[in-house]
Every structure is written in C-alpha cells, then in structure tokens.
Design a protein around this ligand. Sequence first.
Ligand code: NAD
Length: 264
Amino acid sequence: QSNVMAGKRGLIVGVANDRSIAWGIAKAVTQNGAEVALTYQGEALERRVRPLAQEAGATIVAPCDVTDEASLKALFDEIGDKWGKLDFLVHAVAYSDKTQLRGKFVDTTLDNFLRTMQISAFSLVQMAQYARPLMTGGGSILTLSYIGAEKVIPHYNVMGVAKAALEASVRYLAADLGTENIRVNAISASPIKTLAASGIGDLRYIIRWNELNSPLRRTVTIDEVGNASVMLLSDLGTGVTGEILHVDAGYHVIGMKAEDAPDI
Ligand code: NAD
C-alpha cells in the first residue's frame, strides 16, 4: 500500500469475477491510490462486476464489448465527460472458441482465427485509439500476455498466435505513442486458474508443470500481477515502454525439466 498512484485515473477492461487478473490489478492500483473505471461484458457478468466495482470504489462502471464499436465509443465518451482525461488503461481481454483450445493448431478455422485475433489482439490497438486523445498528460497502457506467444504450449494454439500479434502490437504502439509520452507494455503472466484459462485443454497439467519447473517452484497470484502492474502504470515506470515483463515465477528462463521434478 502506498500513494504512488494518487491522482491517477484509469480504465480497467477485463474483470469477469474475483479470480480475474484484471481484478488483481484493480485491487493493487486502488490500494496504491488510483481511481478506476471498470467494465463488464454483458448482463451475466454485470452481476459479478457491480459488487467488485463498489469494493474498488470505481466511479465509472459501464458495459464494454470490444466487438461492439458503439459500446466502446459510449465508454470512452463517458470517461471524457466525467474525468476529462485518462492516465492509464488496462487491457485484460482474450477470447477464442474453446473447441480450438485443445487438439492441434493446424486445425484452426479461418472464422475462429479472425475472431481470436480481433478480440485478443486488435482490441488493444482499438482501445489505444480511443484512449489516446484522453491521455493528454501522457499515459500508460498495459495488456496481458502469456509465454504461449513465444514458445509452443500444447493446446494454446491460435491464442498463442494472437498473443504473438499482441506482443508485437505492444512494440509498434510504444513506438507510435512514445512522443506523446504514452507508454505501452505487457505483463506475461503464469498460468492462473481463471474463467478464460479454464477453456484451455489440460490447464491443470500446465499449471502443475510450471509449479514443478519454474525457478520459484510455483505460479503467481493475481495480486502479484497487480503489484507488478503498479510499477508499469505509475510514475515508478516512466522509463519503461515496449516491454514484455514476465511475472511468472521465472518460468520463461527455463529450457529443460528441473532435475528434481517428478514425472507427471
Ligand atoms: P478472465 O476470464 O477473468 O478475463 C477475461 C476477460 O476478457 C473477461 O472479463 C471477459 O469478459 C473479457 N472479454 C472476452 N471477450 C470480450 C469482448 N468481446 N469484449 C470485452 N471483453 C471481453 O480471465 P483472465 O485469465 O484474467 O484473462 C485476462 C487476460 O490475461 C487475458 O488477456 C488472458 O489471455 C491473459 N492471461 C491469462 C493467463 C491465465 O493463465 N489466466 C495467463 C497469461 C495471460
């Protein structure tokens, strides 16, 4: 807890419930003094998000579906009207048809490839376009990625390809927006049991593998992702842009099964 984010106002997109990574970020930034706007995707999730928004003291709570341009426009209009500016934006959004988050990548359909790319990668660009005119005093944009962008992880399939596009988008956006003092970064997190992750085939095995083989011999919590986000979203991170920060108990440095890891 600190005041390191006092006076900062930010939009966090991607809270579905109290296990969401976006919720870990919302808790951490508000505990460090920030004010937040939260969104929900559809009425079913609104019931879960409303009480969390209250807990976080969110001053704006609005619907947002990135495939519905009107909902994005309305959201950013409301932020413009109520706040007049935006200091940070968290994009914690991903979707793919879960029948293609098992089996083989080679079987990906065009329809699901395009949908996965739109919702999981292009939506960052789209949100940056809306956020940019509000980030008049500079800003910080953060998205969430996974090591499946860099290396082949079984079952991650088309989502890995979308995360690779997302990470490249972070670099291109960072280059475009740097002269406006808008920074763009990603956190590449451990596998964490969330609503979205439970669509991935054999998630339990993937988590267990990380626990047995990462340098810290565990995965990370949404609160640990939240704490790392405070650095990137606050003025502690003013020198950092275009970065993919691994918050994964060190898993990304490992090239082989740990000697002490049992067979699973
Ligand atoms: P989650 O299910 O809690 O969050 C995913 C969010 O995406 C939900 O809030 C959902 O409403 C939103 N979303 C999906 N389609 C949308 C649309 N069309 N418009 C607006 N919102 C939409 O799961 P999570 O694991 O917290 O996911 C957050 C981010 O973290 C995702 O980008 C995910 O890929 C990434 N990530 C997750 C893990 C993990 O293991 N859980 C690891 C690394 C990265």
